[in-house]
Every structure is written in C-alpha cells, then in structure tokens.
Ligand binder design. Structure first.
Ligand SMILES: Nc1ncnc2c1ncn2[C@@H]1O[C@H](COP(=O)(O)OP(=O)(O)OP(=O)(O)O)[C@@H](O)[C@H]1O
Length: 682
C-alpha cells in the first residue's frame, strides 16, 4: 500500500461484492490494529513516574487510555469513507470512525470523526464538494459491515443527492435500552453546532426529537477532542433534568471514547434539597430580583464599627481608633466577595496595629502581622463588624425575619411578595430548616457572594427552558468564560418559572451575546404523531414554528376512547399490541395513576418496570410518570388519560405536549375523559 493510500485497492468498476469484501478486510485490519494499540497501552508501566502520587496519577491515565481504546463489538469502528482530491499531505482516502486507529507505523487506518479532515463527511455536498470526489457510507448489523452506499460529489455524472437508505435505516432503527450516539448520521446543521468554537455560548431552540440532546453530547465529545489539554484541566459538565434522563444518556459519551465527563442535574450542582413548596413561592424565589435581595441581605451583616482595636503586647498597648476601623471597612465593602473581604479586614486591622508598632520604633515582620490578624482583639472587632456567616444562616434570617427581609428587599419586592417569602412557621434554626429546590439556588448564590465558585471549562445544559433565572445564574457562574451549550424547547417548559425567551436565558447566564440557533427537523416522532401533538402549540408556545418530521410514519397514531372502568383494560390491550412488535414500550400516565396502573399490569401478568427519579428503567415495558418523561423516547408510547395529565399541574398542556412527543414508531392515546379541546376535533 503506498504511504498516501491506507485503504484497500479497490478498482473503480469493481463488483459491489468485491468492494464489500475489501472494505470488510479494512475493518478487520483496523480491528486488529486497535487491539494492538490497546495491548500497547496496557503494557505501559506507571513505574517510570518518580514518586508514589505521580505513579497513581499516571496509572489512572493509562487505565483511562486502555478503557478508551476498547472495541465495542456493536459499534462499527468506521462508518464512512472519503475519497479526496485535496492534494495536501493527508491520505487520498480516509475512513471516518469513532476514534483514531493507526497501524504499527503510525499511519492512520481510521480517522476520528472530530478531526478537521472528517468534517467534509458531514458537510460536503455537490454544491460544495470540499475536495471530496466520493463519500461512502457503511451499513452495519451489530459489528458486521453489511452494506455501502456511494455518493459522487465531483458530480461529473450528475448524481442527484438521493435520500440515503443507510441514513434512513439508522434513523428508523428501533430503540432499545439507553440512547446511542449519532456520529454516523450527524446532519450539516447539527454538525455546525457540534463544531462551534469553544469560547461561544451556543443556544439551541429545537422542537421535540430534533436532536438537541444528541448534539449537546456530541459537542462535548468534539470539544474534548479538539481542546483536550485545556478541558482535561478545567472539565466538561452535562446538566440534565433528572437522574432517569442522565442514565438514559449515560452511554453515549463512553461509546465515543469520552469517559471523563461529569453528568449531573441542577440539584446535583446546587444541592439536592427537595422539600415541597407552593409553586408561587418557588417561582418568586427563582426570580432574578432575588439576586439583589440576597446581596443586600449578606452585606447587611457588615455593620458600622463602634469600637476600635486595642492590642496589647507585654506592657505596650497599641490602639487603632474606631474612625480608622470605619474607614477600613468602608474601603473594603463591596470591593471583594464577603469571605475574602473579612480576611482582608483582619489583615488591614493588623497592618494598622503594625504601623503603630513602627511608630514606636519597633520593626515587626510579616509573622507579627499574621499573629495580630489572628489575635483576640482583632477577632472581636471582626466578629462584631464583619461576622463569619454561612449561606444557610443568611437565608434562614431572610425567610424567618420579616423586618430583615424588608431591609434587604428595599423596593425590589412588593409587600405581598415579602409576605409570600416569609415562612409561616419558621424552623428553630438554620440547622433544622428544610430547604426546597428553589432555596438551593438561593443558597448557591449566597455561597458565591461569600466565596467565588470555581468555573468549569464547558457546560452543556439540557432542557434549559425549565430552569429559573436563579438556577441559570448558578450555571452561569460555573462557566464564567462563556463556554456553554444551552439546549431546550420553549414549548416544553413545565416549571412555574419556565422561560419564554432564549434572550432572557442568556442574560441570566450572564451572556448577552450568545447565538441562538434553531433545529427544526425532527428525527424521532413520526409526522402523524408530531402533527397531532403540535395542535397544542398555539396554546403552549404560539410564537414557535410548527415542527417538521423527517419520518412519515403513516398509521403511527391511534386514539381510543374507553369507559372509565375499562381504561386499564384498554391500556393492557395497547400494551399487548406493542409487545407483539419490536422495540421499547413506554406507558406514560398521570403521576397519581402510576401505582394503580402498575398493579393492574402486574395482575394481568405483564412484566414491567416503573420509572422512578433515580431508576435506570431497563425493562422493555416501562410505566412512566408523566413528569419524568421529558427527554426520553420509546418505540411505542401509550398515553393514558391526557386530561388528567393536563389537570395535574399549572403548565399541564406543555406537559402533555412533552408526553405526546416521546414516540419513535407508534403513539396510542387511551382516554375515558374528554381530550383537551385542541386534540379532540380530529
Ligand atoms: N442526525 C441524526 N441521525 C440519527 N438519529 C438522530 C439524529 N439526530 C437525532 N437523532 C435521534 O433522534 C432522537 C431524538 O434526539 P434527541 O433526544 O437528541 O432530541 P431532542 O431534541 O433532545 O428531543 P426532546 O426535546 O424531545 O428531548 C434520538 O433517538 C436521536 O438519536
């Protein structure tokens, strides 16, 4: 094989069977090379590192490398091939795959999909061939290469870009188990988002199933590849709506060779507090005005000094007058965070004492200054003027002391709002307080006002429309550099504080200049089902365009009415029909009906799991509470009693829109009560 041609020699006019055989051979060679790379990584010893700690670190890195080089039997090593005419020093033919694979002379057999040269696989078109003469896509069954499909881009013989069968089949492949990667079929507009610059805040509005989550995960993988060193230090984090969702997406990044990405929820980030709360109070606590109220509440703890410092050493007494202490405090107030401000005050008071010592001819050094800063007289002034406080103490005082709240709120909150915020029955102390999810964001804000929150290299936020301004601020301070990917759908907002505008989201994140991109083509939901669900849009998000689906899916929708007492039986029938077909089944029901329906299915001998906030949901048949369905998908979705789903919460129609858009192949709606008006007139 010549050096610039690391591909099998295939004649232009070869028989397709021979081409397939040659490509399979290249796959076998690549597999063997990957095994060798892995064995090599395994043979490396951490002993070369000098000390024990470095050895442990090196060993962990080597283990990671070995793990990243694992060959997943079901994931093809390459899915595309490009024949290039670029005339650069890269090979004329490249194979695009999940990771880089080289032979024993370091020549590339497969090139990582994230490498710049691979971009043409996703973006080249007859109009813009990007120096590609031919793009080949490969079809797989498990790990076996079964088909290929060529597209000429030099277009001498005028190939029209026909719909790719391999692409269609990949999109139509039934879903089982957790989400899988889409590297083989990323679309050009998705690829633009995946490869956007690290420094940008990219915000994506997308209808259900347009691939927002998939794009966010692939973007994380792309950034880690492209800015490996920088992000290895500063980290990448994915923030999703709940643990069930995280478990659903958990295998995508490892399949792409990225095993070091933290995946968490907003609660995982700001604190897992979850005491129940009136939605109106929660919404008010999520309001951005709370940021000003909290800042004032914290700084109200700094009071005007009434006494100076009297420091005694042996027979000598050194006095710093109260007016001087006042000047020092005034000069520090508002110029630093609260915690460093307190530390600085101690040092400045100590310095003032040292100046007195010098005036008396002494020459104290830094150690003396530190000792004075820690001394009792300085600490007494410190505790009186700039006391040490925790976020919990401040919030406790704010929510339990109406007079303090009034001082902190000034004109930011109306009297009625202050009343709403104040605890009717305050707990005895901050230690016994039962904090809510909304409180968690307030505590996080206070913690940052006290000590700076460390920032992360890149943050991907999914279902961002559901976050309150205060939660968005919590995220914004974790990506101060502005490197973030913000994903969501305004129509799927179900929290009391769900946003109506991406501009507002960006502002709360602290980014006024982020880009908002829209994904409009649905890959999940069949057209018939999406059109049905979209009838709710004029009510839930009239400003949004009606989503389009790539998938026709004729016969995918069935709406069935049953008598109230026959409802479980009707669900059972739908379940049995779905079980006769291929793929996963989600029975999405009002939260209050989960236990009863699960019991009914059990009594009917239908083995199933029940999705919980922390469960992995690895049964083929799952009962899913409506409030946990967000972000998930099932081949066959059975929705029970939409009217009850709508009635269960203030933004119930948006919840129903989420629920109706989870289906990949079929949606069966089973109801006894009237359907919401928009769905009823068919
Ligand atoms: N380019 C693609 N090729 C193949 N499948 C794709 C592509 N883009 C998205 N998909 C698939 O479409 C489905 C929906 O994707 P995803 O969950 O990322 O959408 P979403 O926009 O986050 O949806 P939702 O808003 O409903 O949560 C997934 O199964 C995903 O793998």
């Amino acid at each position: 094989m010549p050096a610039n041609r690391l591909a099998p020699d295939i004649q232009e006019d070869a028989d397709p069977g021979d081409v397939l055989a040659a490509e399979r051979q290249h796959l076998a060679v690549s597999r063997a090379a990957l095994r060798t790379m892995r064995e090599h990584a395994r043979s490396l010893s951490a002993n070369a590192a000098g000390d024990w700690v470095s050895q442990q670190i090196l060993q962990a890195l080597l283990d990671e490398r070995v793990e990243a080089l694992a060959d997943h039997p079901d994931a093809p090593l390459f899915f595309g091939r490009l024949d290039r005419s670029a005339g650069d020093d890269l090979p004329g033919t490249i194979y695009v795959g999940r990771r880089h694979i080289h032979d024993d002379r370091s020549r590339p057999l497969v090139i990582d999909w994230r490498a710049p040269v691979s971009r043409a696989f996703y973006q080249a078109s007859p109009a813009q061939p990007m120096d590609i003469t031919r793009r080949r896509r490969f079809g797989y069954h498990g790990g076996t290469l079964t088909a290929f499909e060529d597209e000429r881009l030099d277009s001498a013989d005028g190939d029209a870009p026909a719909a790719s069968r391999i692409l269609t089949e990949e999109i139509e492949r039934p879903r089982t188990g957790p989400m899988r990667d889409i590297v083989a079929t990323i679309q050009p507009d998705q690829d633009d988002i995946v490869r956007a610059d690290l420094g940008l805040t990219v915000c994506v509005q997308g209808a259900p199933g347009t691939g927002k989550t998939a794009v966010g995960l692939h973007r994380a993988a792309y950034l880690l590849f492209t800015h490996r060193e920088k992000l290895a230090r500063s980290g990448v984090m994915i923030v999703g709506p709940n643990r069930a969702f995280l478990s659903y997406i958990s295998s995508v990044l490892p399949a792409l060779g990225e095993i070091k990405v933290e995946q968490t929820t907003i609660a995982g980030l700001v604190g897992e507090h979850a005491a129940p709360e009136d939605p109106a109070v929660a919404a008010l606590k999520g309001d951005p005005r709370m940021a000003r109220v909290l800042a004032r509440a914290l700084w109200l703890h700094v009071t005007k000094p009434t006494e100076g410092v009297l420091y005694t050493r042996g027979a000598s007494r050194f006095r710093v007058a109260d007016h001087e202490v006042r000047e020092i405090v005034a000069s520090l107030r508002g110029t630093t965070r609260y915690g460093p401000g307190r530390a600085a005050l101690a040092q400045r008071l100590a310095h003032a004492v040292l100046v007195r010592m010098e005036q008396r001819g002494e020459s104290p050094d830094d150690r003396v200054q530190d000792a004075v800063a820690r001394s009792k007289p300085v600490k007494q002034v410190l505790d009186a003027v700039w006391p040490k406080v925790t976020p919990e103490q401040v919030l406790f005082r704010l929510l339990s002391d109406a007079e303090f709240l009034e001082r902190a709120a000034k004109s930011d909150l109306e009297p009625a709002e202050r009343e709403l915020l104040t605890w009717a029955k305050p707990p005895r102390s901050h230690k016994s307080a039962k904090w809510t999810a909304a409180d968690a964001a307030l505590l996080d804000e206070l913690a940052d006002l006290i000590e700076r929150t460390p920032s992360i290299g890149h943050v991907v936020v999914d279902e961002a429309q559901d976050l309150s301004p205060m939660q968005l601020r919590a995220l914004g301070r974790r990506c101060r550099t502005g490197s973030a990917t913000v994903l969501g759908d305004l129509a799927q907002g179900t929290t009391p504080w769900s946003t109506r505008s991406w501009q507002a989201v960006l502002t709360h994140l602290g980014r006024d200049s982020g880009e908002v991109t829209e994904l409009t083509l649905g890959f999940r939901v069949p057209r018939e089902v999406l059109d049905f669900a979209a009838r709710l849009l004029p009510e839930v998000a009239p400003e949004l365009a009606v989503p389009r689906s790539l998938r026709p899916g004729a016969g995918s929708l069935s709406v069935r009415r049953a008598a109230a007492d026959a409802l479980p039986a009707a669900v059972e029938t739908a379940v049995r029909e779905a079980l006769a077909r291929e793929g996963s089944i989600g029975v999405i029901v009002p939260d209050a009906a989960v236990a009863a329906l699960s019991a009914a299915l059990g009594a009917a001998g239908l083995e199933h799991g029940v999705l919980g906030p922390d469960s992995t949901g690895d049964h083929r048949l799952l009962v899913v509470p409506a409030t946990l369905a967000k972000g998930l998908e099932y081949d066959h979705v059975i929705v029970m009693e939409p009217a009850d789903i709508v009635a269960a919460e203030p933004r119930g129609l948006a919840r129903l829109y989420v629920v109706l858009t989870r289906a990949v192949t079929t949606l069966t709606v089973v109801h006894a009560h009237e359907l919401p008006a928009a769905l009823a007139d068919r």
